[in-house]
Ligand binder design. Structure first.
Ligand code: APR
Length: 207
């Protein structure tokens, strides 16, 4: 497994970690984030894996939410308990379906990360793990999604009161490399300024 850690120099307790290949359902963070659909009825991919591992109580909470508030629009987030998962909470967010990139996909994808971190903050959560939202069934090109995701998390984490540690937990080598490269590129462009990569655990060759 490959893992990098980026910390904010101005806020040393705050860190962004990128790790993979790994399964988010086994994460020990206080919350994990689900790439859900607007109906919150479960599905395939990471959504299916989270409901399978977490048990039926998560779906029951999702159904209660939809009957009270209606469908969850893309870019928004809601919270349930973690059921049987190691994580105490699941934050469900709905990524955009990629339709060529000219339909607000970038803003909606960034909003998934920002809204999830803000919701975690409201609930006093200190650590949360994200999958690569929208990059599976919803078709968002991996490298573009990675750049949006890393920037959105770093920008939101800076202002968070409770959230200190955000992990990208990526399912395969391709996603792990894409998110790592996006982070390295962003730090390079920003001249590192407020950020530093401070740890590389068991790095793999990029060859
Ligand atoms: N842990 C971490 N990441 C995972 C896992 C897992 N256990 N399983 C799948 N993934 C990864 C995929 O490899 C992909 O990179 O999650 C990423 C997102 O893929 P999807 O789960 O297909 O999510 P998304 O593209 O946002 O599509 C959402 O899929 O099943 C439905 O109900 C869901 O309709 C919604 C749609």
């Amino acid at each position: 497994m490959r893992e990098i850690r980026i910390h904010l120099i101005s806020a040393p307790k705050k860190a962004l970690e990128i790790c993979g290949p790994a399964d988010i359902t086994t994460e020990q963070t206080e919350a994990i984030v689900n790439a859900a659909n607007s109906h919150l009825i479960g599905g395939g991919g990471v959504d299916g894996a989270i409901h399978d591992a977490g048990g039926p109580s998560i779906l029951a909470e999702c159904r209660a939410y939809v009957s009270r508030h209606g469908n969850l629009p893309p870019g928004k987030a809601m919270l349930t308990s973690g059921g049987d998962l190691p994580a105490k909470f699941v934050i469900h967010t709905v990524g955009p379906v990629y339709r060529g990139g000219e339909h607000g996909e970038k803003e909606l994808l960034a909003s998934c990360y920002c809204e999830s971190i803000r919701l975690a903050d409201v609930h006093g959560i200190s650590s949360l793990a994200f999958p690569a939202i929208s990059t599976g069934a919803y078709g968002y090109p991996l490298h573009e999604a990675a750049a949006v995701a890393v920037k959105a998390v770093l920008d939101t984490l800076r202002a968070a009161k409770s959230v200190e540690r955000v992990r990208f937990v990526l399912f395969d080598h391709g996603a792990t490399k894409a998110y790592t490269r996006a982070a390295e590129k962003l730090l390079h462009e920003r001249g590192r300024g407020d950020y530093a990569i401070d740890k590389v655990v068991a790095p793999e060759s990029d060859a």
